[in-house]
Write a protein that binds this ligand. Structure first.
Ligand code: KIV
Ligand code: ZN
Length: 512
């Protein structure tokens, strides 16, 4: 019997800490349900003390998800731990994850605490957490730069206090595979009560080593890996779920463990997270990139045609790649539409939301004859965005004109709190003109950090999916929009980002 490797997904917590990747409650519910379908063992749904919205999102995921453990993050203080305990309480299997920094630099410069105070605070936090659940995880933040003797001292105490999982984070992505594996091995050997807990790792990708470090830790006995879909996360991101799962599955000859993941759900999960966050997946990304299974060189194509294992170590269909499936068209009815959403695990909050999404689908089907799963995912994300109470600006109409030798020009009609406003502008291209026209109404003064366009499916009739990243006053937001007309998609994305800036939602980052 092989050991089980526990997959702990933190897409909705650490992933959400990527600038601009914040998710609404509905989006978290959709991701949570998908992770459950993929048989992720533990879902870290957020940081309940960060904001009321985060608290509600974690609570909603805890209520909805039945087959996975639902976890919340809490700093090691009483308020955070109790807030987290309340948020995960409705879960069938709740977990509290509390953490405190242990590296000299963090203790001295950030916490301004003596090592002995850090030990006592960590022990107290674990005890508060145990009042809510017997499933408690403790992380010594910045363990990768902590002194091993101090780690042994604090971890022995938190295990005695009732922690059931010890997670070793390489918070700043500083460690190297051999050293990180050795760290895990030494901790397991040196801490007298180490056999009472599951050993976990949480690696960041600053040096591009998050997956390599995690795999090295598994070889040293770690039996939980914290990771995110598409490797989303703070700065350069976290270890990517799909790469960890497929490395362990593909190299069963090396790893003495396997996961419970339904790998056919991996590509749909990647697609869903990318659509919701607006973070595109690079084409050459392992496992989930568009080119991950494409063979270009003639010699490779020839080999694959003769026997696919000449150049393929995994099967595309095993990770959920399938040729775009035509699912619905112009004549499909409301029941077929609803059934397909259910197949995709998408539940809309009410009959009105379903009716609104169905109307959007019919409008799209008038312009685009073949509707694929990816179109439906995008359509529902757009519907969710529009349902947000914070929808202050709405695009009513857009005319864009571009002609060789003429300066492009756009006219927009925007509803601001229900009141229509008109404007027009010239620009270096039709998108630039449309943005200038919108900005002349809104006057946000926001700076554009990123503008990107991707086609959702293949073909020139595909919808373009646009991401716009704006910053103002230290906040960064991402807006998304999709349409078969990319100028319209761009204007929608821009307005979506402006609405997010307008909502003034304040969140704190757990590591602050
Ligand atoms: O990177 C980190 O240290 C974290 C902890 C909260 C586990 O995200
Ligand atoms: Zn992290």
């Amino acid at each position: 019997m092989k050991d089980r490797l526990i997959i702990f997904d933190t897409t909705m917590r650490d992933g959400e800490q990527s600038p601009g990747a914040s998710m609404t409650r509905e989006e978290k519910l959709r991701i949570g349900r998908h992770l459950e379908r993929m048989r992720v063992d533990v879902i870290e749904a957020g940081f309940p003390a960060a904001s009321d919205g985060d608290f509600e999102s974690v609570r909603a995921v805890a209520q909805a998800v039945k087959d996975s453990t639902v976890c919340g993050l809490a700093r090691a203080n009483e308020l955070d731990v109790r807030r987290c305990g309340e948020a995960v309480r409705p879960a069938r299997s709740p977990r509290i994850h509390t953490f405190l920094a242990t590296s000299p630099i963090h203790m001295e410069k950030k916490l301004r605490m003596e090592p002995s105070q850090v030990v006592e605070q960590a022990v107290r936090a674990v005890r508060w957490a145990r009042e809510y659940t017997d499933n408690v995880e403790f992380s010594p933040e910045d363990a990768g730069r902590s002194d091993i003797d101090f780690l042994c001292r604090i971890l022995e105490r938190v295990i005695d206090a009732g922690a059931t999982t010890i997670n070793i984070p390489d918070t700043v992505g500083y460690t190297l595979p051999e050293h990180f594996g050795q760290l895990i091995r030494s901790l397991r050997e040196r801490i007298p009560n180490s056999d009472k807990v599951v050993w976990s790792v949480h690696c960041h990708n600053d040096l591009g080593l998050a997956v390599a470090n995690s795999l090295s830790a598994i070889l040293a006995g770690a039996r939980q890996v914290e990771c995110t879909v598409n490797g989303l996360g703070e700065r350069a991101g976290n270890a990517s779920l799909e790469e960890i799962v497929m490395a362990v599955r593909t190299r069963q000859d090396v790893f003495g463990c396997d996961t419970n993941i339904d790998t056919t759900q991996i590509v749909p999960a990647s697609r869903l997270v990318s659509t919701i966050t607006g973070f595109p997946v690079q084409p050459n990304k392992a496992v989930v990139g568009a080119n991950a299974f494409a063979h270009e060189a003639g010699i490779h194509q020839d080999g694959v045609l003769k026997s696919r294992d000449t150049y393929e170590i995994m099967r595309a269909e095993d990770v959920g790649w399938k040729t775009n499936k035509l699912v619905l068209g112009k004549h499909s009815g409301r029941n077929a539409f609803k059934a397909r959403l259910q197949d995709l695990g998408i539940e809309l909050a009410s009959e009105e939301a379903l009716n609104a999404a169905f109307k959007r689908f019919k409008d799209l089907a008038d312009r685009k004859h073949e509707i694929f799963d990816e179109d439906l995912q995008t359509l529902v994300t757009e519907e969710d965005n529009d349902q947000l109470e914070s929808e202050h600006y709405r695009l009513v109409a857009l005319t864009a004109h571009s002609e060789t030798g003429e300066q492009p020009f756009a006219k927009v009609v925007l509803a601001e709190d229900g009141k229509e406003r008109h404007s027009e502008a010239h620009g270096s291209g039709p998108v630039d003109a449309a943005f200038k026209a919108v900005e002349s109404v809104v006057g946000s003064g926001a700076e554009l950090l990123l503008y990107s366009v991707n086609n959702i499916t293949s073909g020139t009739d595909s919808q373009g999916e646009v991401t716009v990243r704006l910053t103002k006053g230290g906040r960064i937001v991402n807006g998304q929009g999709a349409d078969t007309d990319i100028v319209v998609a761009s204007a929608k994305a821009y307005i979506n980002a402006l609405n997010k800036l307008h909502s003034k939602l304040v969140r704190i980052n757990p590591q602050i």
